[in-house]
Design a protein around this ligand. Structure first.
Ligand SMILES: Nc1ncnc2c1ncn2[C@@H]1O[C@H](COP(=O)(O)OP(=O)(O)OP(=O)(O)O)[C@@H](O)[C@H]1O
Length: 268
């Protein structure tokens, strides 16, 4: 089981008043959403988890190992990030070379590299585009390619920053199923999202940030069931809850339309 343990974490950008301060946060679940309003500190937390920025105080332990003590190669094998903007992650001449570049950071055997690249491209459905220039791909294809570059390294923990953004519906389905599959395969999958419908339907746990602090950690149904808290965070409840409230004056928690129909068919 993978676990992330954060203690006494403090971070401030040199050029901003924003302060991230997380006294204590433990993540052991395999499918976790990070939510919070714009500027709450979600991406900053991801930067700290990947080592892109270093905290001024505190520690992050992954599987009881101090993140700061990991070698660059160990770090790549431990945590991989899919950025919100895929273009920031792509710089090679072809789709195939893009994925191979990632694999080569952790593997030298040419046959293994070739197999890994083929598997990663097949998983995201980009095999037929392997000779294309990444910058000639559509936005959803670029995003899928950036996911393939991380899949190819097979890290223990996957961080997705707003994975649903810039994906079309079939790609959203593909990526959601892929994330669920990775979680079942004992990877930790953590995603920042503003999409409360997707969050409610997909995640076992949500950590909610506000003003650089964690103000809720627990099950999505507990979070959405606390109307004072959801209002305080400025986050919407799932659309099905809003419809039930508006149309039927029913203020119970519904995570998905299926959840609504299930709970109502039980009553009949
Ligand atoms: N490189 C930076 N330099 C200075 N300030 C920054 C930098 N990056 C982010 N910030 C500031 O830190 C705060 C937190 O930003 P962050 O991107 O972590 O929030 P977020 O919760 O991910 O927001 P969003 O949902 O809009 O992406 C914001 O006030 C932002 O302006």
């Amino acid at each position: 089981m993978t676990s992330i343990q954060i203690d006494g974490l403090k971070y401030q950008y040199p050029t901003s008043d924003f302060k991230l301060a997380i006294d204590q946060l433990t993540i052991t679940e395999n499918l976790v959403a990070i939510a919070g309003q714009n500027g709450a500190g979600k991406s900053t937390l991801f930067k700290l988890l990947t080592g892109l920025v270093h905290p001024q105080a505190g520690e992050i332990h992954i599987n009881h190992r101090d993140l700061a003590s990991l070698t660059p190669e160990d770090r790549l094998k431990t945590i991989g990030i899919v950025f919100q903007d895929p273009s920031s992650q792509l710089f090679n001449a072809t789709v195939e070379k893009e994925v191979a570049w990632s694999v080569l950071q952790v593997e030298t055997d040419a046959a293994v590299v070739a197999d890994t690249v083929n598997d990663a491209l097949a998983t995201v459905g980009l095999t037929e585009l392997k000779d294309k220039n990444p910058f000639d791909l559509s936005m959803p294809e670029k995003k899928l390619l950036s996911i393939a570059t991380v899949l190819a390294v097979n890290p223990q923990i996957y961080l997705f920053d707003e994975p649903m953004i810039s994906l079309d519906w079939p790609s959203q389905q593909l990526v959601t199923h892929l994330m669920q599959h990775l979680a079942e395969e004992k990877h930790q999958v953590i995603a920042i999202t503003h999409d409360m419908n997707w969050l409610a339907a997909t995640f076992a746990k949500v950590d909610v940030l506000a003003d650089g602090q964690v103000i809720f950690e627990g099950k999505p149904e507990t979070f959405f069931g606390d109307s004072a808290l959801t209002q305080k965070t400025g986050l919407m409840t799932p659309r099905i809850m809003q419809i039930a409230q508006e149309v039927f004056d029913d203020s119970r928690v519904y995570l998905t339309p299926e959840d609504y129909f299930e709970k109502h068919s039980e009553k009949r």
